[in-house]
Structures are given as structure tokens and as C-alpha cells.
Design a protein around this ligand. Structure first.
Ligand SMILES: [Fe+2]
Ligand SMILES: [Fe+2]
Length: 473
């Protein structure tokens, strides 16, 4: 039986924190700073209880407990997936050796860096979503927003635990810095670009949870393969929580598309803005933006850092253990598309080990396409000819091979004037953003929903849509 977590402890955990007084004191010292940060940078809307799920064990069955919780009293805790005493390193130069329970000195700096970069994204998204509670389209959506926010807060706890437990004084300093940097701050921004963009409306929230949380899923998937076992176990449990965030995104966009399709049929026009719906071309522009800023999170297509992390066993591939190859990649190669500089595309052969970011990104892109297929099915079922498309991988990129080029959504390499002339057709304009924002009004009556989005087909944890998911003052 998986152990139950003691909720009377100041910091609920399944890592025997009570047996390590030094670590417990260090984390208890960080806790009030976290709560201050939550108070200042977390959700603006005041509530008197949100129907939230809280982890009560890490076992496969029944780890989640649902109840109304006053958000600042949420029990952020430290939960690692159970330890497999026989686990061995699956890849790289240490393949076959037992996994590490402590940080090897030679990899200390790299592991710390990987944990800090992952950790920095968690509070960033809470900051980005801070104001959304003021305009939620229903109590159901409001509840989902808070669920995502508290779990991102817990993911921050997960990374801070690793920093405190395994990286000494430097780790504690990094843990403080995670609260000091803020999304969009001119002086102390978050580390990665996509986490400094605002999530200014609910369509952006659904897109963020679809595309950007999905990047998180793939990054956590690579860290889950890590030879540093505590990191692996932490990420494995985070992935369970992450699945709900992507559910919010997938079904959120489903519901917007469903409502837009209804309005298109009802009024027999694509021009549904006047009828309070979000036109399909604006939804496509949101897809283009959120997808491409998320692609940037995968880094450059070729990377010696990624190769070194792999060889050292710090970070694996997506589903490393299911791959049928030598798990060293020193003898294989892959082909890469790159602009030739004369407006055409060429192919380049690179060592597979150097193209690990590209490998992960390809897995991610295939997964993203599933959402597009769903949304297109909704259009098809409504007899609507419009189809959503993922833009070309080189479109609107600030990182990687095409960062210095202008690439149209269809993949053609274009000059700057053509880019500037068409940009308004491809990416949300300030008028598009203002229009979507104009639709955002809170709907906080039980069972009611805003006019631009369809209700969900199911509620949370078997509750109906009209359940009182959030108690408001
Ligand atoms: Fe997260
Ligand atoms: Fe997430």
C-alpha cells in the first residue's frame, strides 16, 4: 500500500521530512516567503472555498482527494512517486549502473541548472494567470483555473525541495531567486520567453494550457528519465497533475470552437464577432502564436548541451526506455531542414546525439496535432469548411534555425516586407486581442456560462456543471 500523507504536518510530504530536521527547518523558512509570493503574485480574485483536488498519496489509485478549500490554506506538499529499488540508468555512458540517490559532484552544476529552469516556469504561469479569475466564463472554469494555479505552486515546491535537499547553500539561494524573478518584469524576468508573455484572456489561457503546459509535459518526461532518482520520481508525480492542465486546454478550445460553430450555423456567417462569438480566423491566429512561442521552449534544433546532458544521463528522451536503439546515439544520424539563404530549404545530416531537442520537439508536434484534429472534427460535424492548421515549424520563431528568417505559415521563406504586410493575417493583432478581451465578463451564477464558449460535457469528479464549484464572498 502506498503510504498516506500526514496532513497535520506543516509541510505534507512523503519524503520523511520529520527525520531530517535541518531540511525541515530550511523548508519551513522558505514557506512564509512562498505564501507572501502567493499573496502578492497569485490569483487576484478572493474566494471562500474552491472545489480542489489535493494529493493524498502517490499510488496509482485514488491519489486525489476533492473538497472545498480556502485557497491560501491549500496544502502544498512534497510528493515523489514511489522508489523502484531496482531502477537502473537507461541511457548514456552510465547505462546499466544503478541510479543515483545523491548528486554526483561532476554533474552538480548541470543538474542544479536543469532544476532551476524547470522550477522557474512553475510560478511564472501562476503570475501570468493572476487576473483571469476576474473574468472567468463560469464557476466550473474558475475552479479549473485555481486547480492549475495551486498545482503549479506545488510544482514549485517540488523543485524547491530538490534544491534544498541536494544542493546546499547554493540550492537555497536559487530557491529564493525563484520567488524573486517575476513574469514580464523588466529587470528580473522569468528565464524563458514564453513565460514572460501575458495570459490576458481565457482563450489565451486555454491555448497556454494546451500548447505551453504540453511543452512542460515533454520537458518533465525527459527529466523523469534522469539518472538522479529523486528528480525522476518528482517529475513522475508532477506528470500526473500536468495531465489535468492539458485537459483544461484541450476541452477549453473544444468548447470555444463548438460555440463558434453554433453561432456560424445560427447566423449563417463566419463573421460572428457581432454575435458575441470568437471568429475562427482569430482562433487560428491564437493557435499560431501560442504554438510557436511554445516551440521556442525546446531550444535550438542542435545542441551540444542537450547531447552532454544525455551522455551524462541527466536528461533522457521522451519514453527513453521504450525506444529500440542503443540509448547512446553516437553512431546514428538524422536529417534536419534548414533555410539555404536563397529562399529555398535544404537538408542537413546531423549526429542524432546533437539533435535531441529536435527529437523531443517532433514528439511534441505530433501530440499537438491531435488537438487540431479534434477541433477540425467539431467543424466538420457542423458542416463548416474551415480547417485549423499548425503553422510550419519555422514560422514566427525567436529560437533555433529559423530565428533570423521570415517564414510564412505554409513554410515559404519570405522577405521582411511580405512578412510585415501579412503579419496581421497570421498573428493576433491588437484589435483581435482587444475584441477577445471585450468578451471577457465574469459569469459567476451557478449553471450559467458566457456567450462565447460552450459548457463542458462533464463536470469535475462526477459533479454536474451547475455544481457550486467556487464559493464567492
Ligand atoms: Fe507545472
Ligand atoms: Fe502545468
Amino acid at each position: 500500500m502506498p503510504e498516506k500523507i500526514d496532513y497535520h504536518a506543516k509541510i505534507p510530504n512523503n519524503v520523511n521530512l520529520a527525520d531530517d530536521r535541518r531540511l525541515q527547518r530550511a523548508l519551513e523558512g522558505w514557506q512564509p516567503k512562498f505564501l507572501n509570493w502567493w499573496g502578492e503574485m497569485g490569483p487576484t480574485l478572493e474566494t471562500q472555498g474552491v472545489y480542489l483536488r489535493t494529493a493524498v498519496s502517490v499510488g496509482r489509485e485514488g491519489w486525489a482527494h476533492f473538497d472545498h478549500v480556502n485557497v491560501p490554506d491549500y496544502r502544498w506538499g512534497i510528493f515523489l512517486a514511489e522508489r523502484d529499488p531496482d531502477r537502473r540508468i537507461a541511457f548514456g555512458e552510465h547505462q546499466g549502473e544503478p541510479v543515483w540517490q545523491q548528486v554526483p559532484g561532476e554533474y552538480r552544476a548541470d543538474l542544479q541548472r536543469l532544476i532551476v529552469i524547470q522550477g522557474d516556469t512553475e510560478p511564472a504561469s501562476v503570475e501570468q494567470q493572476k487576473l483571469l479569475g476576474l473574468t472567468a466564463p463560469s464557476l466550473y472554469d474558475l475552479r479549473n483555473l485555481f486547480q492549475v494555479n495551486v498545482e503549479e505552486g506545488r510544482h514549485l515546491w517540488a523543485m524547491v525541495y530538490l534544491l534544498h535537499a541536494y544542493f546546499g547553500k547554493e540550492g537555497r539561494e536559487e530557491a529564493e531567486a525563484l520567488l524573486f524573478r517575476n513574469s514580464g518584469s523588466p529587470d528580473t524576468p522569468r528565464i524563458l520567453g514564453a513565460f514572460n508573455e501575458e495570459t490576458a484572456d481565457w482563450l489565451a489561457f486555454y491555448m497556454f494550457t494546451y500548447f505551453t503546459d504540453r511543452d512542460g509535459k515533454y520537458q518533465l518526461g525527459t527529466l523523469k528519465e534522469s539518472s538522479f532518482d529523486p528528480l525522476s520520481r518528482t517529475c513522475e508525480f508532477m506528470l500526473k497533475e500536468e495531465a489535468h492542465h492539458m485537459f483544461v486546454g484541450t476541452t477549453g478550445v473544444d468548447r470555444v470552437v463548438t460555440r463558434s460553430a453554433e453561432l456560424i450555423r445560427e447566423h449563417d456567417t463566419y463573421d460572428i464577432a457581432a454575435h458575441g462569438g470568437i471568429p475562427l480566423d482569430i482562433i487560428q491566429k491564437y493557435i499560431n502564436f501560442h504554438y510557436t512561442v511554445s516551440l521556442d521552449l525546446f531550444g535550438s534544433e542542435t545542441s551540444t548541451n542537450a547531447a552532454n546532458y544525455y551522455t551524462a544521463g541527466l536528461k533522457g528522451r521522451w519514453q527513453e526506455t521504450r525506444r529500440k536503439d542503443d540509448h547512446k546515439l553516437t553512431d546514428s544520424s538524422v536529417f534536419l531542414d534548414r533555410p539555404n539563404g536563397d529562399g529555398t530549404w535544404g537538408k542537413e545530416e546531423v549526429q542524432a546525439l546533437l539533435a535531441l531537442n529536435l527529437d523531443l520537439r517532433s514528439e511534441y508536434i505530433a501530440d499537438c496535432q491531435n488537438g487540431l484534429n479534434r477541433w477540425n472534427k467539431i467543424l466538420e460535424d457542423n458542416g463548416i469548411d474551415f480547417r485549423f492548421r499548425l503553422p510550419h515549424v519555422g514560422f514566427n520563431r525567436s529560437v533555433g534555425l529559423t530565428a533570423g528568417y521570415h517564414v510564412a505559415p505554409d513554410g515559404s521563406l519570405i522577405d521582411e516586407a511580405t512578412w510585415e504586410a501579412n503579419r496581421k493575417n497570421w498573428l493576433p493583432t491588437s484589435a483581435d486581442l482587444a475584441f477577445v478581451r471585450s468578451l471577457m465578463h465574469p459569469v459567476y451564477e451557478r449553471g450559467k456560462i458566457a456567450g462565447w464558449v460552450a459548457p463542458p460535457t462533464n463536470g469535475i469528479n462526477g459533479k454536474p456543471f451547475d455544481y457550486e464549484y467556487v464559493y464567492l464572498p
